[in-house]
Write a protein that binds this ligand. Structure first.
Ligand SMILES: [Zn+2]
Length: 384
């Protein structure tokens, strides 16, 4: 009896075209329903011709630094370690809006691509200002300045697009102002953010037209996202005051919705929990009871407190407290949900329901023909 073995070798086929290019624009603080305000700009163009998701679920806590690093790593903050715009690390000390990318525990997407020989570019993206573990980004504009206009960024993007193939970046990621500042200051209603939203929408249309003028839409995929949504707040919870009243000494690492309390004296753990629990707006967790998604080996406090909007954790008295805020758990505060739009190469006209912020990196890798590593929390979105 003879047995025949047919051995079929399937070699992995990476389709790495030097023409494919992905642009990711992140608009700060654009809540999922804000694009409805405008009917004549870039959002309307993409709604008519491209892909729109009902909403994007941000990571928790839904603040700018954790969100941008999650969009660039494909993992949640407990894994990449950037828990908020500022936080405390038991070994390294305080982090505050740092440009040092070695605070990030998981490799950013541009390092994955650069190691594959694919050039990348950022025009303001958290974590891209310095080398990550010695891996350098080809083109990066920094230091961050909120005074740089979107027009300047668009001009640079076009300059990058017009480079000869061997010099052209295949991933461009850029932060735009969105509506964050005005909403923090004056509130989150559509009427309040309208003027600023219309400006951003116009810039988006300008970029779309510039790419159209150069007949590059069969090479370029544009993804427009936001880091988080926005809600109104009306109650500040002064955590320092609560602990001071009982002479409990601690380092407070607070975001609007999650607070990490590093006690000076661990014997005061039960006392601190008791006094914090007296405030019914706080959820209080001992470190050993903290769920995985809030747990980082060096950056999670001995006690973790959480709250939802319209409350905000603070450690000082504000003379002019913000009226709009974000940072809350999107599973509890729906207003935290952001936007996701896509247009161009590899994108069909369609609608998606909800997408996750951690899906952005897998989607970029997929569009550029690279495999998505198993450790990532997100998955590549089907855009076509
Ligand atoms: Zn903000």
């Amino acid at each position: 009896m003879r047995t025949f073995f047919f051995l079929v070798l399937l070699l992995p086929t990476l389709v790495l075209s030097e023409d494919n290019l992905v642009i990711v624009i992140s608009m700060d603080g654009l809540r999922h329903d804000y694009p409805e305000i405008s009917t004549s700009g870039g959002f309307e163009f993409i709604k008519k011709n491209g892909l729109e998701a009902d909403s994007l679920i941000p990571v928790y806590q839904s603040t700018t630094y954790p969100a941008h690093v999650s969009m660039a790593t494909g993992v949640h903050p407990n894994k990449h370690g950037i828990l908020h715009n500022s936080f405390f690390d038991k070994e390294r000390g305080h982090y505050s809006y740092s440009p040092e990318s070695d605070w990030i525990d998981v490799r950013p997407v541009w390092t994955i691509l650069e190691e594959e020989g694919i050039k990348t570019a950022t025009y303001f993206w958290v974590g891209s200002e310095t080398d990550w573990n010695g891996i350098q980004i080809t083109y990066s504009k920094f230091p961050f300045s909120s005074r740089v206009s979107e027009t300047t960024k668009i001009n640079q993007i076009i300059e990058w697009l017009e480079l000869p193939n061997e010099e052209r970046p295949q991933l461009i990621m850029t932060w735009w102002h969105g509506v964050d500042s005005v909403a923090h200051k004056l509130g989150s209603s559509k009427e309040i953010v309208k003027k600023q939203l219309l400006k951003q929408d116009k810039h988006l249309l300008d970029l779309i037209k510039e790419i159209e003028d150069r007949s590059l839409w069969d090479e370029v995929t544009l993804i427009v996202v936001s880091d988080h949504g926005m809600t109104d707040i009306s109650n500040l919870i002064n955590v320092k005051e609560i602990l001071d009243a009982h002479s409990i000494e601690a380092i407070l690492s607070l975001g609007p919705s999650i607070g990490h309390i590093f006690l000076k004296n661990l014997e005061e753990t039960e006392l601190a929990i008791n006094v914090l629990e007296k405030n019914e707006l706080l959820k209080v967790l001992k470190k050993t009871k903290v769920p995985d998604y809030l747990n980082h080996p060096k950056r999670t406090g001995d006690i973790v407190i959480t709250t939802k909007s319209p409350n905000m954790l603070v450690k000082k008295v504000y003379s002019h407290p913000p009226l709009g805020m974000h940072g809350y758990d999107p599973a509890i505060n729906e207003e935290m949900k952001g936007i996701f739009f896509a247009y161009g190469r590899g994108v069909k006209k369609k609608k998606l329901k909800q997408v996750d912020q951690v899906d952005i990196t897998p989607t970029i890798l997929n569009l550029l023909g690279l495999e998505v590593p198993d450790y990532m929390d997100g998955e590549a979105l089907l855009l076509d």
